[in-house]
Design a protein around this ligand. Structure first.
Ligand SMILES: C[S@@+](CC[C@H](N)C(=O)[O-])C[C@H]1O[C@@H](n2cnc3c(N)ncnc32)[C@H](O)[C@@H]1O
Length: 245
């Protein structure tokens, strides 16, 4: 009986080690795909920070996606995570993270936790990540998985991120991973002077522009468009508001 149990344990350890090796190789391929994609959009704004690539290499994306898409976790495209939502394409995660210019002492807000992957990547690069998700089961699942994986500097709450998370503001950077037809004013307010907000903004559900809003030391916001993107909509309060004129 004991011999049987030991054999089963050894088999389990060997299978887990093989799976981890497989996913590590898949992660390497994903990094290569992200680098290749960055080369196809040559502009200084779309280069990916090597520190961000190192963070992508560390985060087990396969542990954060649902079981039914785990096989494809490291493909360079978005995947369904249920509830009509998606985990973003790795290149877009890398680009948005780079555009946020993360630093070790930074406190960052993410609106749209989804699977928790973007938060996990950020957590490797900054001091603390606050993340808000409007779909409660997704928030709960992401929080539990992030905790289980040891991402202790990520704090998730369920709710509408339109008004940010004022209790932890101001933020060095804010990433919004769902698209609105305007930049939510409360998010600009919650940026530190010198901070950056990265957000997809567009009038249609088909295509938006990825914007970087930089707040200067005089608290004036400067906006520029980086590349066209396609995100799921920012729901909740954002939907009922018209763009500012
Ligand atoms: C493209 S997915 C985000 C992917 C996520 N960052 C990840 O790494 O998996 C966009 C997410 O934003 C969420 N969302 C949409 N509107 C929101 C809002 N007003 N406040 C918070 N989350 C919102 C959606 O439910 C969805 O999970």
């Amino acid at each position: 009986m004991i011999r049987l149990l030991v054999t089963a344990l050894v088999l389990l350890i060997a299978t887990t080690a093989m799976a981890e090796k497989h996913f590590a190789a898949e992660r390497d391929r994903m990094i290569q795909a992200v680098e290749a994609m960055a080369r196809t959009v040559p502009s200084r704004d779309t280069e990916i920070d090597p520190a961000v690539l190192a963070a992508l290499r560390e985060v087990p994306r396969h542990e954060l996606v649902p079981e039914n898409v785990r096989r494809d976790a490291y493909q360079n495209h978005p995947l369904s995570i249920g509830h009509g939502q998606t985990i973003s394409q790795p290149y877009i995660v890398a680009l948005m993270t780079t555009l946020a210019r993360p630093a070790k002492h930074h406190v960052v807000l993410e609106v749209g936790t989804g699977s928790g992957y973007q938060s996990a990547v950020l957590s490797r690069l900054v001091a603390r990540v606050y993340s808000i998700e409007i779909v409660e089961p997704l928030a709960q699942e992401a929080a539990a998985k992030l905790k289980g994986l040891g991402y202790d500097n990520v704090f998730v709450r369920a709710g509408d991120g339109y008004k940010g998370w004022p209790e932890h503001a101001p933020f060095d950077a804010i990433l919004v991973t769902a698209a609105a037809n305007h930049v939510p004013a409360p998010l600009i307010e919650q940026l530190k002077p010198g901070g950056r907000l990265v957000i997809p903004v567009g009038a249609t559900s088909m295509s938006q522009n990825l914007l970087v809003v930089e707040k200067d030391e005089q608290k004036k916001a400067h906006t520029r468009a980086v590349i066209p993107v396609r995100f799921v909509p920012l729901t909740g309060e954002a939907e009922g508001r018209a763009p500012a004129r």
